[in-house]
Design a binder for this molecule. Structure first.
Ligand SMILES: [Ca+2]
Ligand SMILES: [Ca+2]
Ligand SMILES: [Ca+2]
Length: 547
C-alpha cells in the first residue's frame, strides 16, 4: 500500500512538473493554416512570417537602449502562446521572408520542418536574438518576386537593440538560385547571396548544404561551431573565421567561381586590432579539422579560377590547430599562416589539382607582413606538394613531398586521396602532436605507426571512433549465390568497395533501395572493406567472404 501511494505521489509530482515545464509544439501550415487558428496540430497557423509578424512568440528584450549585454531583459509579448522551450513545426509550402528583431529567449525555441516535409523561406534574419534553432528548411530568395540579393540565414547583431548569441542553423538547404549554370559573370557577381552569417557568441552551422552563393559561412563571433556543411559553387570565400576559438570541421568546400576582384579562399581569417585595422590583432584558438577543399570538380566549369586553400595572411594567429584537412587546389597557397604563435599544422594532405601554374601548393608558416616572426609552431606529418616555411620558429618534420600522385593515392590523387597499399606514407609519421582520428574520423594510428597525410591506411578490421556521429554503426553485406548484397541502413547514398590493399573495386550509387547488389561476380573467398555514405553519415564494414 505504502508503495503504491508513494508511486502515485511520485507520478503526480511528475505530471505537475511535466505540465508546468513541458515544452509545447505549435504547427504552421501555409496550405491549410490560418492565423485565426490556435496553432494546434488540427488548427495550424498559416506561415512562419505571419507567426512572427502577429506577435505569437513571447520572449525578452533589453529594457534600455542602446543595449549592453549586462543590462536587464524585460518580457516581450507576455500574452503570446509560444514560450521559451517550445517548438514551431512547419509544414510544406512557402513560409515567407523571416525578419524578427529582439527575441532573447530564456530557453531554446526550435523552428523545425515537419518530418518528411519541405518548408521554404526566402531568407531568415533573426536580429538581436538568443537561443534560436532553425532546422530543415530550404532557403532561397528565388522563392520571392522580385528577386532580392540578401544573406540566406543570419543571426545579426545591432548596436541599438543588442548583440545576438547562441543560435543554430542546421540541416538547411540554401541557394541563391537552384541552378546557376547559366549565370553570366555579371549575374554571379551581382546576384549571388552570402549564405550564412554567425556574428555572435556560441553560434552553430551544422549539416547545411549551401549552393550557388557568394561567401559561404562567415563567422565573426567567438566560440562558434561550423561542421559537416557543404559549400558548393561559390564566388567569394567558402568559409571565413574571424572570431576566437572557432571550430571548423568536416566541411566540404568546392568549386569556386572567379567573377570579381575577390581573392577566393576555401577558408580565410585575419586579425583586427583595437584600431580596427586589419592585421593588428590576434585570432586565438581556431581549429580547422578534417575539411575538404576542392578548387573545382569540373575542368570545364564556367569562370573557373584559382583558389587559395586555407589562406590566413594578416595575423597574428595564436594556438591554432590545422589537422586532417584535404586541400586540392590550383594555387601556391595550400595552407598559409602569416604570423603564427604556437600553431600546429599536422596530418594534412595538400596537392595541386593540375600540373599547370599556379602551384604546386605549399604549406607555409611565415612572419607577419609587419615583420613579426612566427614562434613555437609545428608542421608535421603532412603529405604535400611543397613546404615553404620560415626556418626560425617552426619545427618541420615527418612531412612527405609528393611528386607522383600514383605513388601515394588510391585514385589518381583527385577523387580519392586515401593511401595506396605499400606507399611510403604508411606508418611514417610520429604521434607527438598528431590527431587521434583521421579525416574519416577513424582512430589512428593503425599498424606500427601513424601515417602521413589526412587518411590513415587500414588493412583490417575498422576501429570505430567514439567521436562524432560518423561511423557509429556498421551495416550488413551478405553473399547470396555469386553476388554480394548490402542491407543498407539508409536509402540513397554511395557505396564503395575496397580490397585490403586499398584498391577500389566497385562504386555503387544506391537509389532508393535499401537492399543492393554491390558486387556481381564476387570471388569465392575474399575480404573487402565496404564504405557507405548517405545523408552526411558514413558507415564502414569489413566483409568476409568464405565458401
Ligand atoms: Ca578571400
Ligand atoms: Ca596548378
Ligand atoms: Ca599507420
Amino acid at each position: 500500500m505504502n508503495c503504491s501511494k508513494n508511486c502515485f505521489l511520485v507520478i503526480l509530482v511528475m505530471l505537475i512538473a511535466a505540465q508546468t515545464g513541458t515544452a509545447k509544439c505549435f504547427f504552421v501550415d501555409p496550405v491549410n493554416g490560418s492565423m485565426a487558428n490556435n496553432g494546434s496540430r488540427e488548427k495550424p497557423w498559416s506561415t512562419l512570417q505571419a507567426v512572427f509578424d502577429s506577435n505569437k512568440i513571447c520572449s525578452r528584450k533589453y529594457e534600455t537602449k542602446p543595449a549592453i549585454v549586462t543590462a536587464t531583459l524585460v518580457i516581450k509579448n507576455p500574452e503570446a502562446p509560444v514560450k521559451a522551450g517550445d517548438t514551431l513545426v512547419c509544414r510544406n509550402g512557402y513560409h515567407g521572408l523571416i525578419f524578427a528583431n529582439e527575441y532573447y529567449n530564456e530557453n531554446w525555441i526550435t523552428i523545425i520542418a515537419a518530418p518528411g516535409e519541405n518548408p521554404k523561406i526566402a531568407s531568415c534574419e533573426l536580429r538581436s536574438c538568443c537561443r534560436w534553432r532553425l532546422k530543415g528548411f530550404t532557403v532561397s530568395p528565388s522563392f520571392k518576386t522580385p528577386y532580392k540579393r540578401t544573406t540566406l540565414v543570419s543571426f545579426s547583431s545591432h548596436s541599438w537593440t543588442g548583440p545576438s548569441r547562441e543560435c543554430i542553423v542546421e540541416e538547411c538547404t540554401g541557394y541563391s538560385v537552384a541552378d546557376a549554370s547559366f549565370w553570366t559573370k555579371e549575374q554571379w557577381d551581382t546576384l549571388s547571396c552570402n549564405a550564412v552569417s554567425l556574428p555572435g557568441y556560441a553560434m552553430v552551422a551544422r549539416r547545411n548544404v549551401l549552393r550557388n552563393v557568394n561567401f559561404g559561412i562567415g563567422v565573426t563571433g567567438d566560440s562558434c561551431l561550423v561542421e559537416y556543411n557543404t559549400v558548393e559553387n561559390f564566388a567569394g570565400d567558402g568559409l571565413r573565421g574571424l572570431g576566437d576559438h572557432g571550430v571548423f570541421q568536416y566541411n566540404v568546400i568546392k568549386n569556386c567561381y572567379d567573377v570579381n576582384e575577390n581573392h577566393d579562399d576555401g577558408f580565410q581569417s585575419w586579425s583586427v586590432g583595437d584600431s580596427g585595422k586589419v592585421g593588428t590583432g590576434v585570432v586565438y584558438g581556431i581549429i580547422l579539422r578534417g575539411n575538404t577543399i576542392i578548387n573545382y570538380e569540373n575542368p570545364d566549369q564556367p569562370f573557373r579560377g584559382t583558389l587559395q586553400g586555407i589562406g590566413c595572411f594578416d595575423g597574428m594567429f595564436e594556438n591554432w590547430v590545422v589537422e586532417n584537412n584535404v586541400v586540392i587546389t590550383d594555387h601556391w597557397h595550400g595552407i598559409t599562416l602569416s604570423g603564427a604563435t604556437n600553431c600546429r599544422i599536422v596530418n594534412n594532405t595538400v596537392i595541386d589539382i593540375n600540373d599547370m601554374t599556379p602551384g604546386p601548393p605549399w604549406i607555409r608558416i611565415s612572419a607577419h607582413k609587419n615583420g613579426q616572426k612566427s614562434v613555437g609552431c609545428i608542421v608535421r606529418n603532412n603529405l604535400t606538394t611543397k613546404i615553404n616555411c620560415d626556418t626560425s620558429g617552426v619545427t618541420i618534420d615527418h612531412n612527405i613531398i609528393v611528386t607522383r600522385y600514383e605513388d601515394y593515392f588510391i585514385n589518381d590523387g583527385l577523387n580519392n586521396l586515401h593511401l595506396r597499399y605499400g606507399c611510403a606514407a604508411i606508418d611514417a609519421g610520429i604521434s607527438d602532436g598528431a590527431p587521434v582520428i583521421d579525416r574519416d574520423e577513424l582512430i589512428r594510428p593503425v599498424g606500427s605507426g601513424i601515417d602521413i597525410g589526412a587518411y590513415e591506411y587500414r588493412t583490417s578490421n575498422v576501429n570505430h571512433s567514439s567521436k562524432g556521429k560518423a561511423f557509429q554503426s556498421r551495416f550488413a553485406v551478405e553473399r547470396r549465390g555469386g553476388m554480394l548484397v548490402a542491407l543498407l541502413p539508409l536509402s540513397g547514398g554511395t557505396l564503395n568497395l575496397f580490397d585490403l590493399s586499398g584498391r577500389q573495386i566497385e562504386t555503387v550509387f544506391c537509389r532508393g533501395n535499401q537492399h543492393f547488389i554491390v558486387y556481381q561476380n564476387c570471388p569465392v573467398t575474399c575480404r573487402l572493406i565496404a564504405h557507405y555514405t548517405a545523408d552526411a553519415q558514413k558507415f564502414t564494414t569489413l566483409v568476409n567472404v568464405v565458401r
